[in-house]
Design a protein. Structure first.
Length: 119
């Protein structure tokens, strides 16, 4: 599975961005796709995950109510980000083939797209 993320950019605080991640293949229904982010000098943290089957979506507490993860029938993954804050500034990565919220469980990764939120 190959992943290609895009949609990052510079936005003012309070603004919105939509990230996309196209996938060349599909992983099993028991796995999840996810968005992670990594700020300079920090670890890579989960933002949101979505099941390839019928399981629920999950969100980090810091983005609940502001971000929405979704995917379409072609397994293109999206992250709608609203009410952005400067602390959301990071490189965002899409991932596939995982089973939880730890980056260690995800087998496939996109190249990352930079989101910068100015105050």
């Amino acid at each position: 599975v190959q992943l290609q993320a895009c949609g990052g950019g510079l936005v003012q605080a309070g603004g919105s961005l939509r990230l996309s991640c196209s996938a060349s293949g599909r992983t099993g229904s028991s796995t999840r796709m996810a968005w992670f982010r990594q700020a300079p000098g920090k670890e890579r943290d989960v933002v949101a995950t979505i099941s390839m089957g019928t399981g629920p979506t999950t969100y980090a507490d810091s983005v609940k109510g502001r971000f929405t993860i979704s995917k379409d029938a072609k397994n293109t993954l999206y992250l709608q980000m609203n009410s952005l804050k400067p602390e959301d500034t990071a490189v965002y990565f899409c991932a596939a083939g995982g089973i939880g919220t730890s980056p260690k469980t995800y087998a496939y990764w996109g190249q990352g797209t930079l989101v910068t939120v100015s105050s």
